[in-house]
Design a protein around this ligand. Structure first.
Ligand SMILES: [Zn+2]
Length: 324
């Protein structure tokens, strides 16, 4: 049993395609019993070996498109707020869902908003099981870079293709490290020691972040705002105390990152591998300070590293450090 596409005036309204163009380019395959090539199956007759259900038309099974309309109607109602899916499903699948649901229920819309995500690409090609160019999420999670991956995804707009490479994941990890460094706490000097310029930046960042998110979830712009704020905070970390404005900026950074699901609280082991030569340098410097009996300064180096998740241990073989 087919849906007669010509009977639905609005056919093509989601993809912006013209039904006449589509019809002129399409052919009816041999063995199909359609009036028009674009007509699509609502119910398919039973084939040997397939699961089947009884129906007034024949024993058989639902067509692919009708499954989604039926599930939406059953669980969510005749009309829904947001329908998502990959960009490759706009035509014909989502176009067909609209035709069936609107024709059957008689409403003028099926979904208020359609959110179509771009496809994930590996190198220049679409990532697909059949080509075999896939990277499993589990591998990324197991490597401890789940949060970096989240940032990587957010750095491209959801409607755009996402090109995955190991290098871009590493770059996202570095970016995350910079944000986490900015988010780590320092003592605050005094509650009323403010810096007007920085206060203004915090307000502007907050506004720009939310404006970007309201604009069809423009997360690349939102993330850029977070980097800008993190850079400013990191510039102000040179003293071992924050003024109140830097502290406000730090709390704002954590708050906005949380909206995107980015947890800035824990430094990861991976995050520090790039920093290893610098940590070595600081550990050497601390040893020299101790030799010169500058113990207060040496302890301050140790404590600052601890704030960043690096612990120093003095052993008989020398000083070792590990990152938590
Ligand atoms: Zn569907």
């Amino acid at each position: 049993m087919y849906f007669r596409v010509r009977s639905f005036d609005d056919y093509g309204k989601l993809s912006g395609r013209d039904i006449q163009d589509l019809l002129s380019g399409a052919r009816i395959a041999i063995g199909e019993h359609k009036n028009d090539p674009l007509d699509f199956a609502l119910w398919k007759a039973a084939k040997p070996g397939e699961p089947t259900w009884e129906s007034p038309w024949s024993d058989g099974r639902p067509g692919w498109h009708i499954e989604c309309s039926a599930m939406c109607a059953h669980h969510l109602g005749d009309q829904i707020d947001i329908h998502g899916g990959g960009a490759d499903l706009i035509f014909p699948h989502h176009e067909n869902e609209i035709a069936q649901s609107e024709a059957f229920f008689g409403h003028d819309f099926f979904a208020r908003y359609w959110m179509h995500n771009g496809l994930v690409q590996l190198g220049g090609e679409k990532m697909s099981k059949s080509i075999g160019n896939i990277v499993r999420l589990k591998e990324i999670v197991d490597s401890g870079k789940a949060m970096a991956f989240r940032l990587q995804v957010l750095q491209s707009h959801y409607r755009m293709p996402l090109t995955w490479t190991a290098e871009s994941l590493d770059a996202a990890q570095n970016g995350l490290d910079r944000m986490r460094a900015a988010a780590s706490p320092l003592p605050v000097k005094s509650a009323d020691d403010h810096d007007a310029e920085l206060d203004a930046l915090v307000v502007a960042t907050n506004e720009a972040f939310h404006a970007a998110m309201r604009n069809d979830f423009d997360t690349p712009i939102a993330v850029a705002q977070l980097f800008e704020l993190a850079r400013t905070i990191n510039r102000n970390r040179t003293n071992d105390q924050f003024n109140a404005s830097v502290e406000d900026a730090r709390l704002k950074l954590i708050e906005l990152a949380e909206i995107l699901g980015l947890d800035l609280s824990e430094p990861t082991t991976e995050s520090l591998t790039d920093a290893a030569p610098f940590i070595d340098l600081l550990v050497e410097l601390r040893a020299e300070l101790r030799t010169a009996k500058q113990f207060a300064l040496a302890d301050s180096v140790r404590d600052r590293l601890a704030d960043l998740g690096v612990t120093i241990e003095d052993t008989r073989q020398g000083t070792i450090w590990k990152s938590s």
